[in-house]
Design a binder for this molecule. Sequence first.
Ligand SMILES: [Zn+2]
Length: 157
Amino acid sequence: MRAHKSRLEAGPGPGQPVHAASYPRQRRLVLDSALRRQPAERARIFVHEVFHFVWVRLGNSSRRAWEALLEAEIAAGAPGELGWSAEWRKDALRPGDRRNRTRRWREYACESFCDTAAWLWAGLERHEEFTLPRKERSARRRWWMDLRRHHPEGWRI
Ligand SMILES: [Zn+2]
């Protein structure tokens, strides 16, 4: 599958190769059928995609708090991420993206949120895409435990 001009296309052609895509406003989630034979990767990608739905309904204050956590990591010079989807966007950030909350920044924040959820909840001990240092992983885990305490009834999707 490829993501091309905000559309999902199959077979060879232009665009970014992807294993899944979510369309929260259409209530639609698409997984590549090749993932049937890769249960660990399927779990990681499925959790990531489900959290795109959570992000949409999370509320501005929590989203802004997540962005503040990311900003602190970047200010501290922390490299890496918890998934390639967030990492390439982090690497592509330009000065001023955070301050101006550009589309690049907002997409990075969203993908980082979903990759962190997958790291926490998909049950994988390690993965080559888990490159964020230990200290920042711990801070993210604390942030999520706090978020969970504030949503004892669960997250809406
Ligand atoms: Zn994503």
